[in-house]
Design a protein around this ligand. Structure first.
Ligand code: HEC
Ligand code: HEC
Ligand code: HEC
Length: 417
């Protein structure tokens, strides 16, 4: 390699540039794998747009913003970005023009990504993603909130150091899992609760809030800690790996925004990486603070029997792994019932693994059932068959109904190139 570079100085520069810059197919393939691990495609591909051309609308507490074009198009994408520009956006949240990015881009997590992995990612985007022309859409955040300089302070207070330092107290598998979960996997951006400045309350296992469950976009991403009832206490490492690979296991089925993670990211990870993720998650102790006895008295189950028992059965056991059980399912006992209410109102979009959409799907009930009826059914599920959780009210259902729509029927498969 250096012989080639030195030769370049002597011989014709233009002649040498291409071979000196082209990355090996192995590096590009690794970059592609890492782009899967980071789930870049789900955010950076707007509806009907080419892969990574941007344009997906995302809501933030300040207003809506759009994801950007990260294809190597020179006019509208990142085609003129050097590796250093890319590194600053990915790990520090600073755009090429020096402006701060909104943390809707998960750079607080990507800060952990190694330089080596970033180089492979950069090679994948620059050398194998086809350029697509689509000018970036302006944010819909109004003045003065659209000023980006306060984000400088935000970054100072809420972001961590750059890179991941292996913890010598743990083995290689644990450290690989920690690196993937905290870094590219950005699991905490949904599964960690956020504070009043929209910051994740923890970025690693040093604090017990980490992965203790978070509410984003009307879905509650459950605790990934060893919390009994609503966490992963009863899931084995194999159960976790199977869930991430296929969207199903004997305890539960993926739904809500977790479907985006399964469909476009985790199913593509190797079994070794999935097992490492499971090893890391299983090492997180229960979060005592949220581990309260909140059980309500059993509720009236008549409406459940009429509407739900045909699929989920009278004893709540379902037909795992295709029709999720509701008994002993952690998502059913989340302290925050948003996901349970949301899926009952709106149903689920499709898990697509290996290009095959799921045959069974949770239907929507928003048209058929009133808020009171949904509250009654959901309260029944939360307090039956050994499930222990607080009942919910019609007001809680009304609030989520107002902010959501029925899940789409469409089978969406996002290509990366
Ligand atoms: C959860 C959604 C989300 C994910 C996942 C995501 N991004 Fe972003 N990204 C955004 C948003 C939103 C912006 C624009 C932020 C702004 O306007 O301040 C952005 C901006 C960027 C920028 C700066 C763009 C520019 O035009 O200068 C780069 C580079 C980038 N993302 C790369 C990536 C890569 C590579 C991945 C995967 C490893 C990724 N993003 C994953 C939401 C996301
Ligand atoms: C875009 C948001 C989002 C991201 C990113 C995300 N999740 Fe989730 N996840 C959810 C939601 C919402 C649920 C609850 C619905 C369900 O059970 O499928 C969930 C559920 C889960 C469950 C099932 C938990 C249970 O108690 O039923 C596991 C395991 C899981 N996620 C692991 C992960 C891992 C590991 C990552 C990172 C690689 C990750 N998730 C990233 C939103 C997300
Ligand atoms: C036609 C069959 C069918 C009916 C009727 C049905 N469900 Fe489902 N439900 C499913 C399937 C299939 C899933 C798995 C998620 C998916 O793949 O869409 C599911 C998932 C769920 C989940 C999420 C659990 C998980 O881990 O995935 C909840 C909660 C749920 N259903 C509640 C209900 C309630 C409440 C009713 C009655 C109001 C109901 N279901 C009626 C088929 C059904």
């Amino acid at each position: 390699m250096h012989i080639l570079t030195k030769g370049c100085a002597a011989i014709l520069l233009a002649f040498c540039i291409a071979p000196a810059w082209a990355s090996s197919p192995e590096v590009i393939a690794r970059g592609e794998y890492l782009a899967r691990a980071g789930d870049c495609v789900v955010c950076h591909t707007g509806p009907g747009e080419r892969p990574f051309a941007g344009g997906l609308r995302m809501s933030t507490p300040l207003g809506d913003i759009y994801t950007t074009n990260i294809t190597p198009d020179k006019e509208t994408g990142i085609g003129n970005d050097s590796f250093d520009d890319f590194e600053r956006a990915m790990r520090r949240g600073i755009a090429k023009d020096g402006q701060r990015l909104y943390p809707a881009m998960p750079y607080p997590s990507y800060a952990k990504v190694s330089e080596d992995d970033l180089r492979a990612l950069y090679a994948f985007f620059m050398e194998s993603v086809p350029p697509a022309s689509r000018p970036n859409s302006p944010t819909e955040i109004r003045w003065p909130l659209n000023m980006r300089w306060p984000l400088r302070i935000w970054d100072k207070v809420f972001t961590d150091k750059i890179g991941y330092t292996p913890d010598p107290a743990h083995d290689e598998a644990w450290n690989r899992g920690a690196y993937l979960v905290q870094g590219l996997g950005h699991c905490g951006s949904c599964h960690t609760p956020r504070g009043i400045f929209f910051q994740e309350k923890a970025l690693d296992e040093q604090r017990t809030a980490y992965l203790s469950g978070g509410n984003l976009d009307n879905w509650f991403a459950s605790s990934l800690r060893a919390d009994p009832d609503f966490g992963l206490a009863n899931w084995s490492e194999a159960d976790i790996a199977m869930f991430l690979k296929t969207g199903h296991n004997t305890h539960a089925t993926a739904f809500g925004t977790m479907i985006d993670a399964i469909n476009n990211s985790t199913q593509y990870l190797t079994d070794t990486d999935l097992t490492s993720i499971a090893t890391y998650l299983k090492s997180l102790p229960a979060n005592q603070a949220s581990n309260k006895e909140v059980a309500g008295a059993p509720q009236n189950g008549k409406a459940y029997v009429q509407q739900c028992a045909a699929c989920h059965l009278a004893d709540g056991k379902g037909h795992a792994p295709y029709i999720a059980p509701l008994a002993a399912n952690p998502a059913v006992m989340d302290p925050d019932p948003s996901s349970l209410i949301n899926i009952t109102l709106n149903g689920s979009s499709r898990v697509v693994v290996d290009g095959m959409p799921d045959a069974y799907r949770m239907p929507q009930f928003r048209v058929l059932l009133k808020d009171e009826e949904i509250a009654e059914i959901v309260s029944f599920i939360r307090t039956s068959w050994g499930n222990k959780a607080a009942p919910v009210t019609a007001d809680q259902v009304a609030k989520i109904r107002k902010n959501t729509d029925a899940a789409s029927d469409a089978v969406v498969i996002l290509k990366m190139r």
